[in-house]
Design a protein around this ligand. Structure first.
Ligand code: SF4
Length: 362
């Protein structure tokens, strides 16, 4: 067998000596491990660390998290992106209180039944928090296993991932699941890196097919992703005569649900940015605004599309009243002071606008 007991023992010893210290790694608390695994779903360790510490300070236990409001949870998640993770983690905490007396179940299938927990995360929590024998396959593991075994098929294909999963399901047998999984992921992150892997320091080098056949640059093969579509967005920073600004909350079931933003929307093919602004404000809020100046323009990339966001400083037309207009596309809208903007959770591009506004009107 290619991956034998010498490989497994070498891997575990390497991990023992070289593992990075992380707050969730130094703990066996299932709650901390669960929060970390949700954060790490789309985010690198170094990026997630400050958010993890902030989140755990705000919600030190599952009970604290379940008792918080959605707004409080989103505020702590602000800046980390993929906000459905925050809504799901909050919902799951409440389900655990309701159905499991506040204790995260040590059962893979039950973990899998919670919102936001897929096979990868369920396997990670089951193995790392409860030492259940489930092998975890993340991007680091896929890279390491395909190189080690010399698997040259496209890693984007489900068939290739199945082969990798079958391999690690075999390899983990008889070894401590928590240590084995973390060692595999850490080896991929620290040694078997995407570019120039440090094979000289790798405990698996003596058996690794890619290393021994000089193919570490060719493996893994991953086909190119389709280019992400681009959208131009126009938003209005509408000020009233008290110096307050109008913000709208996105519906909970929409993308970025529960977060706040400046009203506006997508530019259509035949429109200028300004035409889109006036049309969107009329459609969304039923009011007309006068543009004072172009405030800023910025680019932002989401996982499936990119945007250019143009923000305009506006006031209501004199014919319009200062009452809160009826929002049509949002959950609620509010006039808030510019200093108060920092108390609301905004998605990243809108957050950049709030910071610039606070500086301008400080
Ligand atoms: S020897 Fe090199 S390519 Fe093979 S698993 Fe180790 S780091 Fe990766």
């Amino acid at each position: 067998m290619l991956f034998n007991s010498n490989c497994a023992e070498g891997l575990l010893s390497w991990f023992d000596i070289n593992k990075r210290s992380m707050p969730w790694r130094d703990s066996k608390d299932p709650y901390a491990i669960w929060v970390s695994e949700i954060m790490l779903q789309q985010t690198r360790v170094n990026q997630a660390l400050p958010f993890f510490n902030r989140f755990m300070k705000a919600f030190p236990s599952l009970q604290h998290l379940a008792a918080a409001s959605t707004q409080q949870v989103l505020k702590q998640w602000e800046g980390l992106g993929y906000y459905s993770r925050a809504r799901n983690i909050h919902k799951t905490a409440q389900l655990v209180i309701e159905n499991y007396s506040g204790i995260l179940p040590n059962d893979y299938e039950k973990l899998l039944s919670f919102p936001g927990i897929g096979p990868y995360t369920a396997a990670a929590i089951a193995s790392i928090a409860f030492d259940l024998e489930y092998a975890v396959m993340d991007g680091n593991v896929i890279r390491t296993v395909t190189r080690f075994c010399g698997i040259e098929q496209d890693t984007r294909k489900i068939g290739t991932r199945k082969i990798v999963q079958q391999k690690i399901d075999q390899w983990i047998k008889g070894y401590p699941p928590s240590g084995f999984n973390q060692a595999m992921m850490e080896l991929g992150a620290m040694i078997c890196t995407p570019i120039r892997p440090a094979c000289q320091s790798c405990p698996l080098a003596f058996k690794c097919v890619a290393y021994r056949s000089n193919k570490t640059e060719q493996i893994p093969y991953t086909s190119k992703k389709a280019k992400r579509p681009h959208q131009a967005i126009s938003v209005a920073i509408i000020l009233n005569d008290k110096g307050e600004v109008l913000i709208a909350q996105r519906p909970l079931d929409a993308m970025l649900g529960g977060l706040w933003e400046f009203p506006g929307g997508k530019q259509k093919n035949n429109e200028t940015s300004l035409q889109a602004l006036h049309r969107e404000i009329k459609e969304e809020l039923g009011i007309e605004v006068s543009v004072i100046e172009v405030f800023m323009s910025l680019n932002h990339a989401y996982s499936h599309f990119t945007i250019t966001l143009s923000a305009y400083l506006c006031v209501l037309k004199p014919t319009e009243t200062l009452q809160i207009p009826t929002a049509k596309a949002s959950d609620q809208i509010k006039w808030v002071s510019i200093q108060d903007l920092e108390n609301y959770p905004f998605p990243k591009a809108n957050k950049t606008i709030t910071i610039a506004l606070m500086k301008k009107f400080a």
